[in-house]
Design a protein around this ligand. Sequence first.
Ligand SMILES: Cc1ncc(COP(=O)(O)O)c(C=O)c1O
Length: 450
Amino acid sequence: MQASHVFHRQLLQDMPVAVSGQGITLTDSQGKTYLDASGGAAVSCLGHGHPDVIAAMHRQLDQLAYAHTSFFTTAVAEELADTLIDTAPAGMSNVYFVSGGSEAVEAALKMARQYFVEIGQPQREHFIARRQSYHGNTLGALAVGGNAWRREQFKPLLIEVEHVSPCYEYRDRRADETAEQYGQRLVAELEATIERLGGDKVIAFVAETVGGATAGVLTPVPGYFKGVRELCDRHGILLILDEVMCGMGRTGTLHACEQEGVVPDLMTIAKGLGGGYQPIGAVLAQSRIVETFRQGSGLFQHGHTYLGHAVACAAALAVQRVIQRDGLLAQVRERGAQLQALFQEAFGDHPHVGDVRGRGLFWGIELVADRASKQWFDPALKLHARIKRAAMAEGLMCYPAGGSVDGRCGDHILLAPPFVSTPDELAQIVQRLRRAIDKTLAGVPTLATA
Ligand SMILES: Cc1ncc(COP(=O)(O)O)c(C=O)c1O
C-alpha cells in the first residue's frame, strides 16, 4: 500500500479504512464490521446514518452552509440555543457555540477570567482542577487537565493550575470512611487549596461531573459536588463543569449535574451534542455572567471562524430533537441497567476486573493484576493497547486507556454505546469484550509490578 500522507495519530500503525456506518455498526473497506460500543470517543449517541439527522443537514446545506458570526446570526443557531436553554440547568441563559470539546473548555476558561475583569476583580488568576481529569488537548484545556502523561512534555507551555484529588472511590476511599465522608474529605482538600492560594485569587474550579477519558468513568460520591458548590459560593469562585463527555444524555439525564443537585456557572458540552454528525461544542452560561458582559464591555473577547456553523447547528438540533421525540433519556437509563446486569454476569467474578462503574450508558472497567490488593498490571505491558487491538479483531470498538491510577499505571476500558443500542446488541458487545479481554490476558504475564 502507498504510504499515507495523512499525519495520523499513530504513525506506526495501519488503520482500517472506515467506509460506512449504520446504526451501531461501522464497516471497513474489507467488509469487516465493528460494533461501536464506545460511540467512537463517547460521541455517536444516535449511532451512524440516522435518517432524520442526515435529512436536517441536507436541508440546511441547500439553504446556507455558513455565515460568519461577526456578520450574521442564523435561524438554526438561534433555534438550537433556544432548545438547549429550555432544557438547561436553572439560570443558564445563553449558549456560546464552538466546534468541539477543547474549544469549549478554552472558551469557558477565558469567559471566567473576563467575567472577573469585568466585575473589578482582576486579581483572580488561578484555576483549580483535578488530577486524572481530561479537558482537552489545546494548551488551556491541557493545563487544567490532570493527566500527568498527557501534560508532561508540554509543561513549559502550560499556564499554572493547581490540581487536587479526583473523586476516585475505588482506590481512594478509606475503609473507615463512608462515601459521604470521603466526599467531604475531598471538599476539605479543595478548601485548603483555595485558602492557600487566597479565596479572592481563584477564578474557577474546573471538573468533569463524571470523569471520563483518563480515569475510566469516575462517578462522584453523594454530596461531593454539593460541598464543592458551597465552597465556590463562599469564596465567589466560579464552578465550571465539563460535560463534554458525560453530558447530553450519556448518564441517563440530559446533564450529569442534574443527578448531583448542583448547577454550574459555566458548563461545557460537545460530543453527544452533535452526535458525530458535525463537529460542534458549546459553553452554557449563567445569565448573571452574560449580563455582566452585556453591561460591561459588551463583548466576549474571543472567537473562531467556525463559531455557530449553520450545518453543525442543524445536525445538533436534529440530534437533540430525536433524543426528545424518541424518549431516549429514559431508554439510556433502561439500557444502562441492562448493561450493568450483563457486566455483572460477565465480570462479577473475573479475577482481573477490579471495578465496574458508571451511569446510564457510560461505563468504565478497571483491570487489575490482583483483585484483593487492587495491584495494577505492569504499565510496560500496555494492556489497554493490546485489548483495543484484540477487540477490533473481534469486531468491537471500545475505548481502553492506560494511566488510570496516576497517569502512568493502571488500565481501564471505557464503554459508551449509542443510546439506540438494542438489548441484543448490548449482549453482543459484552460477549465480544469478554473474549477480547480473556484472549489478551492469556497472552501476557499476569504478574504485576508496582
Ligand atoms: C471531558 C472532556 N473535555 C474535553 C474534551 C476535549 O474534546 P475534543 O476532543 O472535542 O476537543 C474531552 C474529549 O474527550 C473530554 O472528554
